[in-house]
Design a protein around this ligand. Structure first.
Ligand code: NAD
Length: 498
């Protein structure tokens, strides 16, 4: 399957385009129009995308509502087995999904297919949960009474997507939501629209009944907002920026009926290098943390905090590696393009702004030469940045990182905790005591000792604190807490004696 000229919605198990949507005159577009999808690697328009709004959302929600009850009654091991088949199909279709992810994001091939592998692994993990989905048996203080907890499906899940890992993003939400017995309506990211449709075909082929999985295309205010605001949606699972996450939370709180809201948001992740660190290892992993996926990772290492005593040694080891990062989308390349022209222009402007306010640019800062019109940015490093500057405080979501010099451990922890984010943090040290102190004192959802700022697996709960999340974790068995309601069941065995 190549990339289609017109990216449709996926509703009730079929592709829906502006000419086939309900209310459209055959052969004529409905109210829904289209927008362009460009390949970030070369700025070419590769498709028109159906621009969904309230009508398409209503269609998708009716489809989900019609299918939800029967799916919820399907035995959990059977739902798990369907996800197992989906994993097998994903592996068989690795090249197809790799091509879609690469066309949408421009990321290097190895990173595109890594998404396929990790998504298949997640489906396998969730298949296993189909044989568990444990509740509890609780003791009763009253004779002839038993108490247990069950995990019940919630009903309809709205899953709102970011752009940076389109396939993993869909898998991370949809596989656990389906395992738990929910029907799903995905709102694709407008910059990576087709992945969720290809997943629709995959799930249909794996045996997911029609209507259980749906995907609507469109922009946030047009297609995301009516989905979030609909009282039929029982759980809103959102991954994206902290600003949009707060807006989603507000929209749900203003509905007639509340819903569970799971927010997986941005990060401004510190990478601390102590004076007892392995400097070469730290330099390798700082580069990977900052520049893989062009820094468009919630867990990217965007603040590198280095002890004064090793600052110069680390700086030269780090900058030597930064100069060698291979920018491009080829087989050996490491740092792909950013997602859009607007993103590239914004990033260059933010770096220029920081320099105007006193920062020193020590690497990059411009569009990568020779790769235009692709949206490739040079791996960029800033120094002498105030910890209170805009680029220190806000997630940039691009291949830009800052170096900070600190006197010692306490200053490093203060700086690490000195933003409104709290997603991941890494520390490089051979001191067990320092490592333990960092684990205890860093305010974040993931701490990495002598590693990169990122690190995820199907069994590992991932999420943040402060403006990086609202307490939920995906995936792992903790994802089951997002997509089920706990029901406490009290049974009196001898009616009349209770
Ligand atoms: P974004 O907030 O701009 O958009 C995310 C989604 O929200 C898109 O689908 C968008 O269309 C939708 N949206 C926008 N306005 C909306 C509205 N008014 N109502 C409903 N939906 C709306 O984020 P982005 O730039 O696309 O994604 C990057 C962000 O995602 C970064 O902040 C990154 O850190 C974060 N992220 C977090 C994790 C995590 O697990 N914590 C993982 C990946 C990405």
């Amino acid at each position: 399957m190549s990339y289609p000229a017109l990216v449709p919605h996926w509703i009730a198990g079929v592709e829906v385009t502006p000419t086939t949507a309900p209310g459209a005159t055959p052969g004529q577009p409905s109210d829904s129009t289209t927008f362009e999808k460009r390949n970030p690697a070369n700025d070419q328009v590769i498709a028109q995308v159906a621009r969904g709004g309230a009508a398409e959302v209503a269609h998708a929600l009716s489809s989900a509502a019609g299918a939800a009850a029967e799916w919820a009654r399907t035995p959990v091991p059977k739902r798990g087995a369907i996800l197992g088949r989906a994993a097998q199909l994903l592996r068989e279709r690795e090249a197809q999904f790799g091509n879609i992810v690469q066309a949408e994001t421009g990321k290097p091939w190895k990173n595109a297919v890594a998404e396929v592998a990790s998504s298949a692994d997640l489906a396998i993990f969730m298949e296993g949960e189909g044989s568990r989905l444990y509740g509890k048996t609780l003791p009763s203080p009253i004779p002839n009474r038993s108490v247990q907890t069950l995990r019940s499906p919630i009903g309809i899940c709205a899953a709102i997507m970011p752009f940076n890992s389109p396939l993993a993003g869909v898998a991370w939400k949809v596989f656990p939501a389906l395992l738990c017995g929910n029907a799903v309506v995905v709102k694709s990211h407008e910059l990576t629209p087709y992945t969720a449709v290809a997943v629709g075909q995959l799930l249909k082929d794996a045996g997911v009944p029609l209507g259980v999985y749906n995907a609507v295309q469109g922009f946030g205010p047009d297609a995301g907002a009516p989905l979030v605001q609909d009282d039929r949606v029982g759980v809103v699972s959102f991954t994206g920026s902290s600003a949009t996450g707060k807006l989603i939370q507000k929209m749900v709180s203003e509905r007639g009926v509340l819903a569970k809201v799971c927010l997986e948001l941005g990060g401004k992740n510190p990478f601390v290098v102590c004076d007892d660190a392995d400097i070469e290892l730290a330099a390798d992993l700082a580069v990977a943390s900052a520049f893989i996926d062009a820094g468009q990772r919630c867990a990217s290492g965007s603040r590198i905090v280095v002890f004064d005593r090793v600052y110069d040694a680390f700086r030269s080891a780090f900058l030597a590696r930064v100069a060698k990062v291979k920018v491009g989308s080829g087989a050996d390349d490491e740092c792909g393009p950013v997602i859009s022209r607007a993103s590239l222009d914004r990033l260059i402007g933010q770096v220029e702004g920081a320099v105007t306010r006193g920062a020193t640019l020590v690497a990059g800062g411009r569009q990568a030469p020779g790769l235009a019109p692709g949206y490739y940015m040079q791996p960029t490093v800033l120094e002498q940045v105030s910890p209170t500057d805009d680029v220190s405080q806000h997630e940039l979501f691009g291949p830009v990182t800052c170096l900070y010099r600190v006197n010692g451990f306490d200053d490093a922890v203060t700086l690490a905790n000195g933003t409104h984010y709290g997603l991941t943090g890494a520390i490089h040290t051979t001191s067990l005591h320092r490592a333990q102190e960092f684990i205890a004192r860093y305010q974040g959802g993931l701490v990495s000792i002598n590693g990169a700022t990122y690190g995820a697996g199907p069994h590992m709960p991932f999420g943040g604190v402060k403006n990086s999340g609202n307490g939920f974790r995906e995936p792992g068995t903790e994802a089951l807490d997002v997509y089920t309601e706990l029901k406490t069941v009290v049974i009196n065995h001898v009616p009349g004696k209770a």
